[in-house]
Write a protein that binds this ligand. Structure first.
Ligand SMILES: NC(=O)c1ccc[n+]([C@@H]2O[C@H](COP(=O)([O-])OP(=O)(O)OC[C@H]3O[C@@H](n4cnc5c(N)ncnc54)[C@H](O)[C@@H]3O)[C@@H](O)[C@H]2O)c1
Length: 333
């Protein structure tokens, strides 16, 4: 299939694109290398696939670009491009969330509604649930606790609308705290790897007892790949790890890899952070052949390994830059 992957340079998008290419699909990847985090990390994310003969990277903004540039001839869409981050979504930055999460989704749906797509997979989030404790199932009343969650939920509704009005084969997958290689630098495990490896104090918002259903990125990819191949549409499904644990337990695993306990600083819980997100995966199990199963210790070991390779590459790049004679150094603009 020829598949449009939006947000292909990001954490989940680059992992999914790599897998789709391995499976023999053609991937048109779009990303605007948003400044939310470093271009350098996104470029490294793409390194394994950049030269793949079946991969085409289009660097552009989905909110403004002529979409025809990337949708011609496609059979499916995996829509991951978004402005992530719960904490930053308050205040003036909400505008960016509305544009990248809502407007972009509407544009994509509108432009592809006339296509005979096999599937339009939308990456939604457990953030749509809000402050509900216990297992979260798809039938529950949704009360997002952050502006980010509001935009993710609104985009889900758009996918449903286009399914009902235009018979579009949309499927919303609610991801629960995804982790693994290439994880975003603003996400907890990436930050913890950094702090523990550098023996820096580790900042924890709240008491560290918040429970998350951590989901390994390869498990998310498995589900997306299966979704592209099945007939399920017009549905919303939790994609959660089945490995719920507290932040402190996860930190203890990383400390074990390093071989030393870390210093911890506890700060006040942030607005929008919820106490517990645990996925009820009954619906996922009903429609899919498997559910996420990677154990936290195995998944974290892979993220830890990636983090150190990534860090080494960054340090080497910096060392090369520092070694250059002054005349070859880039002048600050
Ligand atoms: N990481 C998680 O734990 C998690 C959990 C739930 C849902 N999700 C959802 O999964 C998706 C991917 O998340 P991620 O963690 O990989 O984030 P990410 O920031 O690493 O990837 C998103 C990518 O989209 C790109 N992008 C943003 N706006 C764009 C635009 N207007 N035009 C073109 N490209 C644009 C960014 O440059 C970025 O590379 C998002 O939709 C997010 O809401 C992620």
């Amino acid at each position: 299939m020829k598949i449009l992957v939006t947000g292909c340079a990001g954490f989940i998008g680059s992992n999914i694109s790599e897998r789709l290419l391995k499976l023999g699909h053609e991937v048109i990847g779009v990303d605007n290398f948003d400044v939310y985090y470093s271009r350098s990390q996104k470029e490294k994310n793409l390194l394994p696939i950049l030269l793949h003969p079946h991969f085409r990277l289009v660097e552009d903004n989905l909110a403004t670009m002529p979409l025809i540039k990337v949708i011609k001839g496609i059979n499916a869409v995996v829509h991951l491009a978004a402005q992530p981050g719960v904490r930053n979504s308050w205040g003036a930055s909400f505008q960016k969330y509305v544009t990248n999460n809502l407007l972009v989704t509407q544009r994509l749906l509108e432009e592809t509604k006339g296509y005979r797509l096999k599937k339009f997979v939308y990456a939604s989030s457990s953030s749509v649930y809000g402050q509900i404790t216990g297992k979260l199932n798809e039938e529950m009343k949704l009360q997002p606790k952050s502006p980010y969650g509001v935009t993710k939920l609104a985009a889900e509704h758009l996918c449903d609308l286009y399914h009902h009005e235009y018979k579009m084969p949309t499927l919303s997958l609610r991801f629960f705290s995804v982790y693994g290689p290439k994880q975003r630098p603003d996400m907890a495990f990436h930050k913890f790897c950094h702090a523990i490896s550098n023996e820096l104090p580790l900042t924890i918002y709240g008491n560290g007892q918040q429970i998350r259903d951590f989901t390994f990125v390869d498990d998310v990819t498995d589900i997306v790949v299966e979704a592209l191949g099945n007939d399920l549409c017009g549905e919303t499904i939790n994609v959660g790890g089945g490995t719920a644990c507290t932040l402190l337990d996860a930190i203890a695993i990383l400390e074990g890899f390093y071989g030393k306990p870390s210093m911890k600083t506890f700060l006040e819980r942030q607005k929008g952070d919820v106490e517990s997100t645990q996925a009820d995966t009954a619906k996922l199990e009903k429609f899919f052949s498997k559910k996420p199963s990677t154990s936290l210790i195995d998944g974290l070991a892979l993220e830890w390994k990636w983090f150190h390779e990534f860090l080494n590459a960054e340090n080497q790049e910096q060392a090369i830059k520092n070694d250059r004679p002054d005349s070859q150094r880039q002048k600050p603009s």
